[in-house]
Ligand binder design. Structure first.
Ligand code: BGC
Length: 259
């Protein structure tokens, strides 16, 4: 049976997560936030221009034989379906009409929702991940190439918070404490946790959150660094790990979340 047919019979959606190194997509079971079948990954084209990335997304949708709505995350501010920043992606994304772009590549009549990658991961965590993410004023963070953020109030998203770009002692937070910085500078967990702590204390001062939820690949090793943090606010690891972006994208397409 074709996946499109399966999608109609079940509560399935499709999400694509555009990252710095890979573009990943999967059919998502929206009853429980799991993948149905294989996750498809294609290396992010270089340069990662809008047309090259959108064409990669088309290939993923075709490979999955998916004909339903598609949600797509990008590592950029998405305001009224226009990309408004491009920190870790080709600069030509700035001011791209992402709705026009993806409809042109994937299909003009297709339901397509595009949103920021950390925002997508945040809403997915609320729906299917750590239950703590659902309560109070939560700052959800993804540590990866940059630092992504999603502001959540009792599970409701305030989009495009971009806390990774907050200037702390003359340097952007993500240039101090992303997991890419840890790798590049070969920092130990102890050294890196000190940097994360500095960043979280600044966020704490400005936003007084109930909880920080830490996501991104490095949250898999949370026991190596979360216990070292000394900020007052509780920090908990995200549970969805690298599924979060794809799942959040699929949710956005279903719920018509188009910031
Ligand atoms: C971008 C954000 C993105 C984050 C994680 C930052 O550099 O500005 O839009 O959410 O990286 O990918």
């Amino acid at each position: 049976m074709k996946s499109a047919t399966i999608g109609v019979m079940n509560n399935y959606g499709f999400g694509i997560d555009v990252g710095g190194s890979g573009v990943k997509g999967a059919i998502v079971d929206l009853d429980n936030g799991t993948f149905v079948g294989e996750r498809i990954k294609i290396l992010t084209p270089k340069p990662s221009t809008p047309d090259a990335v959108a064409d990669t997304c088309r290939q993923i949708v075709e490979q999955a034989e998916w004909t339903g709505p598609v949600g797509i995350t990008i590592p950029a501010i998405v305001k009224q379906q226009q990309a408004r920043s491009a920190a870790n992606i080709d600069k030509s994304w700035i001011d791209t009409d992402v709705s026009e772009l993806f409809h042109r590549h994937i299909g003009p009549t297709r339901d397509i929702a595009v949103l920021n990658d950390a925002d997508a991961a945040g809403i997915a965590e609320v729906a299917y991940g750590n239950p703590i993410a659902r309560k109070g004023s939560v700052i959800f963070l993804t540590f990866g190439t940059g630092i992504g953020s999603a502001l959540l109030i009792n599970g409701q998203l305030y989009p495009n918070s971009e806390l990774g770009h907050l200037n702390i002692d003359g340097k952007e937070a993500e240039r101090r404490a992303s997991s890419a910085v840890k790798e590049r500078k070969d920092l130990s967990y102890k050294e890196w946790a000190k940097r994360v702590d500095r960043v979280l204390k600044e966020y704490e001062k400005l936003f007084s959150p109930t909880t920080f939820v830490a996501g991104g690949g490095i949250s898999r090793k949370h026991e190596k660094w979360i216990p070292r943090l000394t900020c007052e606010t509780t920090v908990v690891p995200a549970e969805l790990l690298n599924r979060a972006g794809i799942v959040g994208a699929a949710m956005a397409a279903r719920d018509h979340i188009c910031p």
